[in-house]
Ligand binder design. Structure first.
Ligand code: SF4
Ligand code: SF4
Length: 93
């Protein structure tokens, strides 16, 4: 019901950062429409995907690409574009 909703003057200001370093708390993966999926057999662990990912969503363990942080990956596809052996596919969610 429209009458139950607050007016724009009563709701909190959008984009407000109420404490420093809290970006990780926002699960931005929910914005995604395409999901990166890696073919483990083809990956050469060059870490180009890690270097270029704008959301720090490439996991690295022991110097090797260890998958994606799907809670924060927004599905931009940059990792798939830069992968030299084309082992990342963007799949529709
Ligand atoms: S860019 Fe491709 S080959 Fe390189 S680590 Fe990432 S997935 Fe593996
Ligand atoms: S799709 Fe974009 S946000 Fe997700 S892991 Fe690849 S480069 Fe990072």
């Amino acid at each position: 019901m429209a009458e139950d909703k607050k007016s724009w003057k009563e709701i909190p200001i959008g984009g407000l950062i109420d404490k420093a370093g809290n970006a990780a708390e926002y699960k931005t993966g929910g914005w995604r429409t395409f999901k990166p999926v890696k073919n483990d057999k083809k990956c050469i662990n060059c870490l180009f995907c890690w270097m270029y990912c704008p959301d720090s969503s490439i996991k690295v363990e022991d110097g090797k690409m260890a998958g994606f942080d799907y809670e924060h990956c927004k599905g931009c596809g940059i990792c798939a574009s830069v992968c030299p052996v084309k082992c990342i596919d963007m799949k529709k969610e």
